[in-house]
Write a protein that binds this ligand. Structure first.
Ligand code: UD1
Length: 387
C-alpha cells in the first residue's frame, strides 16, 4: 500500500512568467492530493496588481500560503533578500523537494538555498539556453540546472544542452510545456480584443484596429535599458503602425525607461494603442487574433507557436529554438531594416505556418506529477532499505 502524502512539494513563484506555469501544476497536484501535498510560496518579486493579482484570479491559482514580500531591487539585493527570507521558511516546512520554474531571480535564489540545505530541487523548464551570458535569465538557467535533482524539459534541444553541461541523463525528463497546458486550458475563455479597442475611445483610430493589428511587448533590459536601442525600436514601431495598427501593453520597466529617456513622443500615434500590463486572458485574446506579434519575451515566442500566429522576435537569439525550427517564430534582432523586412513578409504572405511541437498538448503538468510520485516513492524505498 502506498504511504500517505509521499511528497511534500514546496512550489515557488516570483514573477509574471511563473504564474501561468504554476497554474496547471497546482491543479494537477490537487488531483493527486492523496500522495502530493503542495504548498505555494510567492517571493513577491512581482507585486503590482497588473503583474500579479490578475493572473492569480484569472487562472484560479490558489492564494500563496506564504508571501515573502521582497519587491524590487538590484539583482544582488533582490536575490539576497529572497534567500534571507526563504531560509527560515524552509527550515520550518522541511519539504520533500522545492519546485522552481523558469529563469527569474526567484528561481535561482530559492534553488540555491534549498540545495545547500540538502533539499532536492525540481526545475520545470530546464535546459533552455540562449548562449548569451549577458542575459540575467541565462545565468539563472545555467546555475539552477546545475543544482537541480529533477529537470523537466519543454523541447528536445534542452536535453542535449543539459547533457553537454554534464547533467546525468537519468535526472532529465522531457515532459512538454506547462505554459501551453495553461494556454489550451484557457483558450475558450480568451478575451475578445474588440472590447479593448472600444474602451480606448477617441485615443485610437477604431476602424483601423478593427481590420487587423499587430501586438507588441518589450521589456528585456538589453532593449529597454539602453536609450539608443529603445529609441530605435520605438521609432520603427511608429513607422510600422502606419502599415498596421499596433497594440502595446507596456511593462513597468519599459514605462519607466520611456519616461526617463524622454521618448513619450514616439508613442502618440492614434494607430498605437498603449496599454498597462494586461491580464492573461486579455493577452491570450490579443495574441490569438493578431496578424503578427513583435516581442522580446521568451514565453510569447512559445504561445504564438502554439496559436499558429507569426512572431517576430526582437532579440539576437532565442533559448527556445523549436519555435523557429517548427513554429511560427523568426528571430530578427533590433536592426530596423530587418524588422521591417520581416513585417513586410508576414503582411504579404501571412508568415510562417509552423506546427505545434511534440508534447505541447496540455498534459505536461500531469507528466510532471507522475515522475515526481515515482521519484518520491523511490526515495522512500531507499530510506527503508537503508534503515
Ligand atoms: C523579470 C524577469 C524576466 C521576466 C520578467 C517578466 C528576472 C531576472 N527577470 O524581469 O525574466 O521576463 O520578469 O515580467 O527575474 N516593477 C513594478 N511592479 C512589479 C514588478 C516590477 O513596477 O510588480 C518594476 C520595478 O521598478 C522593477 C522593474 O519593474 O525594478 C523590474 O522588475 P524585476 O522583477 O527586477 O525584473 P523584470 O524586468 O520584471
Amino acid at each position: 500500500m502506498m504511504p500517505e502524502k509521499i511528497a511534500k512539494i514546496l512550489c515557488i513563484v516570483g514573477a509574471r512568467p511563473n504564474f501561468m506555469k504554476i497554474a496547471p501544476i497546482m491543479r494537477v497536484f490537487g488531483q493527486h492530493e492523496n500522495v502530493i501535498a503542495a504548498t505555494l510560496l510567492h517571493t513577491g518579486q512581482h507585486y503590482d496588481a497588473a503583474m500579479k493579482k490578475s493572473f492569480f484570479d484569472q487562472l484560479h491559482i490558489p492564494e500563496p500560503d506564504i508571501d515573502l514580500g521582497v519587491g524590487s531591487g538590484s539583482h544582488a539585493v533582490q536575490t539576497a533578500e529572497i534567500m534571507l527570507r526563504f531560509e527560515p521558511v524552509l527550515d520550518q516546512l522541511k519539504p520533500t523537494a522545492v519546485l522552481v520554474l523558469g529563469d527569474v531571480n526567484s528561481t535561482i535564489s530559492c534553488a540555491l538555498v534549498a540545495v545547500k540545505k540538502g533539499i532536492p530541487v525540481i526545475h520545470v523548464e530546464a535546459g533552455l539556453r540562449s548562449y548569451d551570458r549577458g542575459m540575467p535569465e541565462e545565468i539563472n538557467r545555467v546555475l539552477t540546472d546545475q543544482i537541480s535533482d529533477l529537470l523537466f524539459t519543454t523541447e528536445r534541444s534542452a536535453e542535449a544542452n543539459l547533457l553537454r553541461e554534464g547533467i546525468a541523463s537519468e535526472r532529465i525528463y522531457f515532459v512538454g510545456n506547462v505554459m501551453i497546458d495553461t494556454l489550451r486550458y484557457n483558450l475558450d475563455r480568451a478575451a475578445e480584443p474588440g472590447m479593448l479597442f472600444s474602451a480606448a475611445g477617441e485615443a485610437i483610430d477604431q476602424a483601423a484596429f478593427n481590420s487587423g493589428y499587430g501586438l507588441v511587448t518589450l521589456h528585456r533590459p538589453s532593449n529597454v535599458d539602453n536609450p539608443d536601442n529603445l529609441k530605435t525600436l520605438l521609432t520603427r514601431l511608429n513607422s510600422i503602425s502606419e502599415q498596421l495598427p499596433l497594440v502595446f501593453p507596456v511593462h513597468p520597466r519599459t514605462v519607466q525607461r520611456i519616461k526617463e529617456f524622454g521618448l513619450e513622443n514616439l508613442l502618440t500615434s492614434s494607430r498605437i494603442l498603449r496599454l498597462p500590463p494586461q491580464g492573461y486572458l486579455q493577452m491570450l485574446g490579443m495574441m490569438k487574433h493578431a496578424r503578427l506579434v513583435l516581442t522580446d519575451s521568451g514565453g510569447i515566442q512559445e504561445e504564438t507557436t502554439a496559436l499558429g500566429v507569426p512572431c517576430i522576435t526582437l532579440r539576437e537569439n532565442t533559448e527556445r529554438p523549436i519555435t523557429v525550427t517548427e513554429g511560427t517564430n523568426t528571430v530578427v534582432g533590433i536592426d530596423p531594416e530587418k524588422i521591417q523586412a520581416s513585417v513586410d513578409d508576414v503582411l504579404a504572405t501571412g508568415g510562417k505556418r509552423g506546427r505545434v511541437p511534440e508534447y505541447w498538448d496540455g498534459e505536461a503538468a500531469e507528466r510532471i506529477a507522475q515522475v515526481i510520485i515515482k521519484w518520491a516513492q523511490g526515495r522512500i524505498i531507499k530510506t527503508q532499505e537503508a534503515g
